[in-house]
Design a binder for this molecule. Structure first.
Ligand SMILES: Nc1nc2c(c(=O)[nH]1)N[C@@H](CN(C=O)c1ccc(C(=O)N[C@@H](CCC(=O)O)C(=O)O)cc1)CN2
Length: 297
Protein backbone atom coordinates (compact mmCIF):
# COMPACT_ATOMS: atom_id res chain seq x y z
CA UNK A 1 0.00 0.00 0.00
CA UNK A 2 1.56 3.30 -1.10
CA UNK A 3 1.34 6.28 1.25
CA UNK A 4 0.36 9.48 -0.53
CA UNK A 5 2.15 12.21 1.43
CA UNK A 6 -0.35 15.02 1.99
CA UNK A 7 1.58 18.29 1.74
CA UNK A 8 -1.52 20.39 2.34
CA UNK A 9 -2.15 18.64 5.67
CA UNK A 10 1.49 18.89 6.85
CA UNK A 11 1.60 22.56 5.80
CA UNK A 12 -1.57 23.21 7.81
CA UNK A 13 0.08 21.60 10.86
CA UNK A 14 3.09 23.89 10.43
CA UNK A 15 0.84 26.94 10.10
CA UNK A 16 -1.14 26.11 13.23
CA UNK A 17 2.10 25.27 15.05
CA UNK A 18 3.30 28.80 14.30
CA UNK A 19 0.34 30.34 16.15
CA UNK A 20 2.01 30.19 19.59
CA UNK A 21 5.15 31.86 18.26
CA UNK A 22 3.11 34.58 16.54
CA UNK A 23 1.14 35.10 19.79
CA UNK A 24 4.40 35.41 21.74
CA UNK A 25 5.59 38.03 19.26
CA UNK A 26 2.25 39.82 19.57
CA UNK A 27 2.62 39.88 23.38
CA UNK A 28 5.95 41.60 22.82
CA UNK A 29 4.29 44.15 20.51
CA UNK A 30 5.79 42.65 17.34
CA UNK A 31 3.91 41.82 14.14
CA UNK A 32 6.11 39.79 11.80
CA UNK A 33 6.34 41.37 8.33
CA UNK A 34 7.23 39.83 4.98
CA UNK A 35 7.92 41.90 1.87
CA UNK A 36 7.36 40.05 -1.39
CA UNK A 37 8.93 41.48 -4.53
CA UNK A 38 7.62 40.25 -7.86
CA UNK A 39 9.34 41.51 -11.01
CA UNK A 40 7.68 39.33 -13.60
CA UNK A 41 4.43 38.81 -15.47
CA UNK A 42 4.82 35.05 -15.50
CA UNK A 43 1.41 33.70 -14.41
CA UNK A 44 2.93 30.92 -12.28
CA UNK A 45 5.11 33.40 -10.36
CA UNK A 46 2.09 35.67 -9.88
CA UNK A 47 0.15 32.71 -8.47
CA UNK A 48 2.92 31.72 -6.04
CA UNK A 49 3.34 35.26 -4.71
CA UNK A 50 -0.43 35.71 -4.31
CA UNK A 51 -0.56 32.42 -2.38
CA UNK A 52 2.36 33.49 -0.15
CA UNK A 53 0.58 36.77 0.67
CA UNK A 54 -2.67 34.96 1.43
CA UNK A 55 -0.82 32.53 3.71
CA UNK A 56 0.73 35.47 5.58
CA UNK A 57 -2.64 37.09 6.18
CA UNK A 58 -4.08 33.80 7.44
CA UNK A 59 -1.46 33.33 10.15
CA UNK A 60 -1.04 36.98 11.21
CA UNK A 61 2.06 38.02 9.28
CA UNK A 62 1.92 41.45 7.62
CA UNK A 63 2.47 41.06 3.88
CA UNK A 64 4.00 44.00 1.99
CA UNK A 65 3.41 43.53 -1.71
CA UNK A 66 5.78 45.05 -4.32
CA UNK A 67 5.07 44.33 -7.97
CA UNK A 68 7.48 45.82 -10.52
CA UNK A 69 6.95 45.69 -14.27
CA UNK A 70 9.28 43.17 -15.88
CA UNK A 71 11.03 45.95 -17.87
CA UNK A 72 11.81 48.03 -14.77
CA UNK A 73 15.52 49.01 -14.69
CA UNK A 74 17.54 46.72 -12.42
CA UNK A 75 18.66 49.70 -10.29
CA UNK A 76 15.06 50.31 -9.21
CA UNK A 77 14.86 46.76 -7.90
CA UNK A 78 18.15 47.17 -6.04
CA UNK A 79 17.01 50.42 -4.41
CA UNK A 80 13.69 48.85 -3.44
CA UNK A 81 15.66 46.10 -1.68
CA UNK A 82 17.80 48.77 0.03
CA UNK A 83 14.62 50.48 1.31
CA UNK A 84 13.19 47.18 2.57
CA UNK A 85 16.45 46.43 4.36
CA UNK A 86 16.01 49.72 6.26
CA UNK A 87 12.30 49.21 7.05
CA UNK A 88 11.84 48.02 10.65
CA UNK A 89 8.35 46.65 9.91
CA UNK A 90 9.86 44.24 7.37
CA UNK A 91 11.51 41.20 8.94
CA UNK A 92 11.72 39.08 5.81
CA UNK A 93 12.35 39.93 2.15
CA UNK A 94 11.55 37.57 -0.69
CA UNK A 95 12.38 38.38 -4.32
CA UNK A 96 10.42 35.90 -6.40
CA UNK A 97 12.63 33.93 -8.78
CA UNK A 98 13.22 33.97 -11.66
CA UNK A 99 13.86 37.68 -12.26
CA UNK A 100 14.03 39.03 -15.86
CA UNK A 101 17.23 38.47 -17.85
CA UNK A 102 18.40 42.08 -17.56
CA UNK A 103 18.60 41.68 -13.76
CA UNK A 104 21.54 39.83 -12.28
CA UNK A 105 19.95 37.54 -9.71
CA UNK A 106 23.20 37.17 -7.75
CA UNK A 107 23.42 40.95 -7.33
CA UNK A 108 19.83 41.12 -6.03
CA UNK A 109 20.34 38.27 -3.59
CA UNK A 110 23.58 39.78 -2.28
CA UNK A 111 21.78 43.07 -1.73
CA UNK A 112 19.25 41.58 0.73
CA UNK A 113 20.21 41.94 4.40
CA UNK A 114 21.19 38.36 5.34
CA UNK A 115 19.15 38.68 8.56
CA UNK A 116 16.04 39.31 6.42
CA UNK A 117 16.88 36.73 3.74
CA UNK A 118 14.03 34.32 4.51
CA UNK A 119 14.73 32.36 1.31
CA UNK A 120 18.24 31.56 2.57
CA UNK A 121 19.75 32.46 -0.82
CA UNK A 122 22.26 35.19 0.25
CA UNK A 123 25.86 33.87 -0.04
CA UNK A 124 26.36 34.39 3.71
CA UNK A 125 23.36 32.16 4.44
CA UNK A 126 24.39 29.61 1.79
CA UNK A 127 27.81 29.47 3.46
CA UNK A 128 26.29 29.03 6.90
CA UNK A 129 24.08 26.20 5.62
CA UNK A 130 27.04 24.42 4.04
CA UNK A 131 29.05 24.92 7.23
CA UNK A 132 26.32 23.21 9.25
CA UNK A 133 25.17 26.42 10.97
CA UNK A 134 22.08 27.34 8.93
CA UNK A 135 20.30 30.58 9.82
CA UNK A 136 17.47 30.09 7.29
CA UNK A 137 17.09 26.76 5.55
CA UNK A 138 15.76 27.34 2.01
CA UNK A 139 12.02 26.76 2.08
CA UNK A 140 11.63 23.82 -0.33
CA UNK A 141 14.41 21.59 1.08
CA UNK A 142 13.29 22.42 4.63
CA UNK A 143 9.71 21.54 3.67
CA UNK A 144 10.87 18.24 2.20
CA UNK A 145 12.64 17.39 5.47
CA UNK A 146 9.36 18.04 7.30
CA UNK A 147 7.40 15.91 4.79
CA UNK A 148 9.81 12.96 5.22
CA UNK A 149 9.56 13.27 9.01
CA UNK A 150 5.74 13.36 8.79
CA UNK A 151 5.74 9.82 7.39
CA UNK A 152 8.62 8.63 9.61
CA UNK A 153 11.08 8.25 6.73
CA UNK A 154 14.61 8.19 8.16
CA UNK A 155 17.35 9.69 6.01
CA UNK A 156 20.14 8.38 8.28
CA UNK A 157 22.15 5.90 6.23
CA UNK A 158 19.72 6.10 3.29
CA UNK A 159 20.82 6.31 -0.35
CA UNK A 160 19.21 9.49 -1.67
CA UNK A 161 19.25 10.56 -5.31
CA UNK A 162 18.52 14.24 -5.92
CA UNK A 163 17.65 14.89 -9.55
CA UNK A 164 18.49 18.54 -10.26
CA UNK A 165 21.24 20.88 -9.05
CA UNK A 166 19.45 24.23 -8.75
CA UNK A 167 20.49 26.81 -6.16
CA UNK A 168 16.90 26.86 -4.85
CA UNK A 169 16.37 23.12 -4.33
CA UNK A 170 18.98 20.60 -5.52
CA UNK A 171 22.14 22.07 -3.98
CA UNK A 172 20.73 23.01 -0.55
CA UNK A 173 18.77 19.74 -0.40
CA UNK A 174 21.90 17.69 -1.01
CA UNK A 175 23.81 19.72 1.57
CA UNK A 176 21.20 19.27 4.27
CA UNK A 177 20.91 15.56 3.53
CA UNK A 178 24.60 14.81 3.95
CA UNK A 179 24.87 16.69 7.23
CA UNK A 180 24.62 14.89 10.51
CA UNK A 181 23.78 18.12 12.37
CA UNK A 182 20.91 18.97 9.99
CA UNK A 183 19.33 15.56 10.64
CA UNK A 184 20.42 14.15 7.27
CA UNK A 185 23.26 11.64 7.55
CA UNK A 186 22.34 10.22 4.14
CA UNK A 187 24.52 9.12 1.23
CA UNK A 188 23.60 11.58 -1.50
CA UNK A 189 23.99 11.44 -5.28
CA UNK A 190 23.14 14.59 -7.25
CA UNK A 191 22.11 13.94 -10.86
CA UNK A 192 21.74 16.49 -13.65
CA UNK A 193 21.52 16.90 -17.41
CA UNK A 194 24.97 15.35 -17.97
CA UNK A 195 24.38 12.31 -15.76
CA UNK A 196 25.18 9.29 -17.93
CA UNK A 197 22.55 6.79 -16.82
CA UNK A 198 19.91 8.46 -14.67
CA UNK A 199 17.76 5.34 -14.33
CA UNK A 200 20.72 3.34 -13.00
CA UNK A 201 21.18 5.98 -10.30
CA UNK A 202 17.50 6.30 -9.34
CA UNK A 203 17.12 2.50 -9.20
CA UNK A 204 19.71 2.27 -6.45
CA UNK A 205 18.01 4.93 -4.32
CA UNK A 206 15.96 4.52 -1.15
CA UNK A 207 14.68 8.07 -1.65
CA UNK A 208 14.38 9.96 -4.96
CA UNK A 209 13.90 13.73 -4.92
CA UNK A 210 13.02 15.03 -8.39
CA UNK A 211 13.62 18.77 -8.80
CA UNK A 212 14.54 19.33 -12.40
CA UNK A 213 11.53 21.03 -14.02
CA UNK A 214 11.01 18.40 -16.72
CA UNK A 215 7.47 17.01 -16.76
CA UNK A 216 7.26 13.30 -15.84
CA UNK A 217 10.99 12.69 -16.33
CA UNK A 218 11.11 10.04 -13.60
CA UNK A 219 8.95 7.03 -14.43
CA UNK A 220 8.05 3.91 -12.46
CA UNK A 221 10.51 1.72 -14.38
CA UNK A 222 13.34 3.95 -13.08
CA UNK A 223 12.53 3.06 -9.47
CA UNK A 224 13.07 0.05 -7.25
CA UNK A 225 10.28 -1.38 -5.10
CA UNK A 226 9.50 0.66 -1.97
CA UNK A 227 11.35 3.83 -2.96
CA UNK A 228 10.20 7.05 -1.28
CA UNK A 229 9.50 9.57 -4.03
CA UNK A 230 9.45 13.35 -3.49
CA UNK A 231 8.29 15.32 -6.51
CA UNK A 232 9.27 19.00 -6.48
CA UNK A 233 8.21 19.80 -10.06
CA UNK A 234 5.16 21.99 -10.64
CA UNK A 235 5.01 22.09 -14.45
CA UNK A 236 2.13 23.68 -16.34
CA UNK A 237 1.33 21.58 -19.39
CA UNK A 238 -1.32 22.45 -21.99
CA UNK A 239 -4.68 20.84 -21.34
CA UNK A 240 -8.15 21.01 -22.78
CA UNK A 241 -9.81 22.48 -19.69
CA UNK A 242 -10.99 25.86 -18.39
CA UNK A 243 -7.51 26.97 -17.28
CA UNK A 244 -5.84 25.73 -20.47
CA UNK A 245 -3.22 23.82 -18.48
CA UNK A 246 -2.79 21.17 -15.84
CA UNK A 247 -0.09 20.76 -13.21
CA UNK A 248 2.28 17.85 -13.71
CA UNK A 249 5.26 16.88 -11.58
CA UNK A 250 8.76 15.79 -12.56
CA UNK A 251 7.58 12.27 -11.75
CA UNK A 252 5.06 10.22 -13.73
CA UNK A 253 2.74 9.75 -10.77
CA UNK A 254 0.71 6.70 -11.83
CA UNK A 255 3.65 4.48 -12.75
CA UNK A 256 5.82 5.71 -9.84
CA UNK A 257 3.02 5.06 -7.35
CA UNK A 258 3.08 1.39 -8.31
CA UNK A 259 6.67 1.13 -7.08
CA UNK A 260 6.84 3.68 -4.28
CA UNK A 261 6.26 3.05 -0.59
CA UNK A 262 5.41 6.75 -0.27
CA UNK A 263 5.05 9.53 -2.83
CA UNK A 264 4.11 13.22 -2.94
CA UNK A 265 1.39 14.29 -5.38
CA UNK A 266 1.41 17.37 -7.61
CA UNK A 267 -0.36 19.56 -6.74
CA UNK A 268 -0.68 19.18 -2.96
CA UNK A 269 2.76 17.81 -2.12
CA UNK A 270 5.92 19.88 -1.88
CA UNK A 271 4.43 23.22 -3.10
CA UNK A 272 2.34 23.95 0.02
CA UNK A 273 5.38 23.09 2.18
CA UNK A 274 7.55 25.63 0.34
CA UNK A 275 5.01 28.24 1.35
CA UNK A 276 4.63 27.01 4.94
CA UNK A 277 8.40 27.07 5.55
CA UNK A 278 8.53 30.65 4.26
CA UNK A 279 6.15 31.60 7.09
CA UNK A 280 8.36 29.64 9.48
CA UNK A 281 11.48 31.52 8.37
CA UNK A 282 9.67 34.88 8.57
CA UNK A 283 8.56 34.23 12.15
CA UNK A 284 12.14 33.18 13.02
CA UNK A 285 13.51 36.34 11.39
CA UNK A 286 11.08 38.53 13.36
CA UNK A 287 11.89 36.83 16.67
CA UNK A 288 15.63 37.19 16.12
CA UNK A 289 15.41 40.81 14.97
CA UNK A 290 13.23 41.80 17.92
CA UNK A 291 14.97 39.55 20.47
CA UNK A 292 11.84 37.62 21.46
CA UNK A 293 12.04 34.00 22.67
CA UNK A 294 9.78 31.67 20.68
CA UNK A 295 9.35 27.94 20.02
CA UNK A 296 9.08 26.92 16.39
CA UNK A 297 7.18 23.80 15.22
N1 LIG B 1 12.25 33.54 -4.09
C1 LIG B 1 11.85 32.31 -4.43
N2 LIG B 1 11.49 32.04 -5.69
C2 LIG B 1 11.10 30.79 -6.01
C3 LIG B 1 11.07 29.76 -5.05
C4 LIG B 1 11.46 30.07 -3.74
O1 LIG B 1 11.47 29.18 -2.82
N3 LIG B 1 11.84 31.35 -3.46
N4 LIG B 1 10.63 28.50 -5.39
C5 LIG B 1 10.06 28.23 -6.67
C6 LIG B 1 8.61 27.81 -6.66
N5 LIG B 1 7.74 28.26 -5.57
C7 LIG B 1 8.00 29.36 -4.84
O2 LIG B 1 7.79 30.46 -5.17
C8 LIG B 1 6.50 27.59 -5.35
C9 LIG B 1 6.10 26.53 -6.12
C10 LIG B 1 4.86 25.90 -5.91
C11 LIG B 1 4.03 26.37 -4.91
C12 LIG B 1 2.67 25.77 -4.69
O3 LIG B 1 2.05 26.09 -3.71
N6 LIG B 1 2.17 24.92 -5.59
C13 LIG B 1 0.87 24.34 -5.49
C14 LIG B 1 0.12 24.56 -6.78
C15 LIG B 1 -0.01 26.00 -7.12
C16 LIG B 1 -0.77 26.23 -8.40
O4 LIG B 1 -1.99 26.07 -8.37
O5 LIG B 1 -0.15 26.63 -9.39
C17 LIG B 1 1.00 22.84 -5.23
O6 LIG B 1 2.02 22.27 -5.64
O7 LIG B 1 0.07 22.29 -4.64
C18 LIG B 1 4.42 27.42 -4.14
C19 LIG B 1 5.65 28.03 -4.35
C20 LIG B 1 10.21 29.30 -7.71
N7 LIG B 1 10.70 30.53 -7.28
Amino acid sequence: MTTIIDGNAVAEEIRSGLTDAIDALDDAGVKPGLATVLMSDDPASETYVAMKQRDCEEVGIEAFDHHLDSDTPADELYSLVDDLNEDDDVHGILVQMPVPDHVDDRTVLRRIDPAKDVDGFHPENVGRLVAGDARFKPCTPHGIQKLLASVDVETEGADVVVVGRSDIVGKPMANLLIQKAAGGNATVTVCHSRTKDLAAKTRQADIVIAAVGVPELVTGDMLSEDTVVIDVGVNRVDADNEKGYELVGDVEFDSAKEKASAITPVPGGVGPMTRAMLLWNTVKAAAEAEDVDIDLP
